[in-house]
Design a protein around this ligand. Structure first.
Ligand SMILES: CC(C)(COP(=O)(O)OP(=O)(O)OC[C@H]1O[C@@H](n2cnc3c(N)ncnc32)[C@H](O)[C@@H]1OP(=O)(O)O)[C@@H](O)C(=O)NCCC(=O)NCCS
Length: 222
């Protein structure tokens, strides 16, 4: 399918979402992959993982980049190649070299471009998250909610922590001990969170959206 949705999160931050309804062969034929990406793809066993990976490349092409423009640092954090990123025809409003974050989960792939450091996460809403909530979040934030709301809110909070982790990408960051969500209402669609790590406190603005059975979270550095 073509682009499923784009979300203008701020004037300089846009998320692009692909629904991977095509089969792996169709996606593979539609993208150009560098040698490293071909090797990574070959090593993937799950079809859903392959589709998620190729869906990201479809999105890159949609906004005027290719797999050849996407690089990873030693931690696995993606970034766009500086020389080829600038000045490309693309749908992103920013004239500056944007930051990029990537997430894929089952049938959706997502990339987000921003002028600010950005992290995103796409989470399938699953009831199991309620059982594991005490391991990663303040469960007071689930009090008084229906089961459906608890699943949704815990999924948002998990996404917040993954997204902030993706911005920082530093060893030793613990979800329960270093990343703290301020309480929020699900209807708000946004909240604040802090990272207290290495004697430094950083504030993040969080935006979240429902996407069929998924929660999409985007964290931006203040
Ligand atoms: C690396 C990690 C962030 C990936 O997240 P995920 O939910 O498993 O998978 P997603 O689909 O959302 O994201 C995968 C993408 O994140 C990006 N990514 C991987 N490592 C990254 C890093 N260190 N920093 C930023 N982005 C990263 C990549 O682009 C990757 O996709 P690609 O390799 O196909 O391009 C996650 O596995 C992780 O390590 N989290 C922190 C560990 C942790 O503390 N966990 C639980 C504590 S209670």
């Amino acid at each position: 399918m073509p682009l499923y949705k784009s979300i203008a999160i701020t004037p300089e931050t846009t998320a692009y979402i692909w629904k991977n309804s095509e089969d792996v062969e169709t996606l593979f034929d539609a993208v150009s992959l560098n040698t490293t990406s071909k090797m990574r793809l070959e090593k993937m066993n799950a079809l859903a993982h392959k589709k998620g990976y190729l869906g990201v490349r479809m999105l890159l092409q949609y906004i005027g980049y290719t797999d050849f423009d996407l690089l990873y640092d030693a931690t696995g954090k993606p970034y766009l190649m500086p020389e080829t990123g600038n000045g490309k025809k693309n749908h992103h409003p920013s004239p500056k070299q944007p930051h990029i974050s990537i997430s894929h989960s089952h049938e959706f792939s997502c990339i987000c471009l921003s002028n600010e450091p950005v992290g995103i996460d796409l989470e399938l809403k699953k009831s199991k998250i309620i059982q594991i909530a005490p391991r990663f979040m303040d469960t007071k934030h689930l009090e008084g909610l229906s089961e459906k709301e608890q699943i949704e809110k815990a999924s948002v909070i998990w996404g917040i922590k993954e997204s902030i982790f993706k911005i920082k990408s530093e060893k030793g960051i613990s979800f329960p001990n270093h990343i703290f969500e301020e309480d929020f209402e699900l209807s708000q669609g946004y909240c604040n969170a802090t990272l207290n790590f290495n004697n430094q406190k950083e504030l993040f603005k969080i935006h979240f959206y429902n996407l069929e059975d998924y929660i999409f979270v985007c964290a931006l550095n203040y």
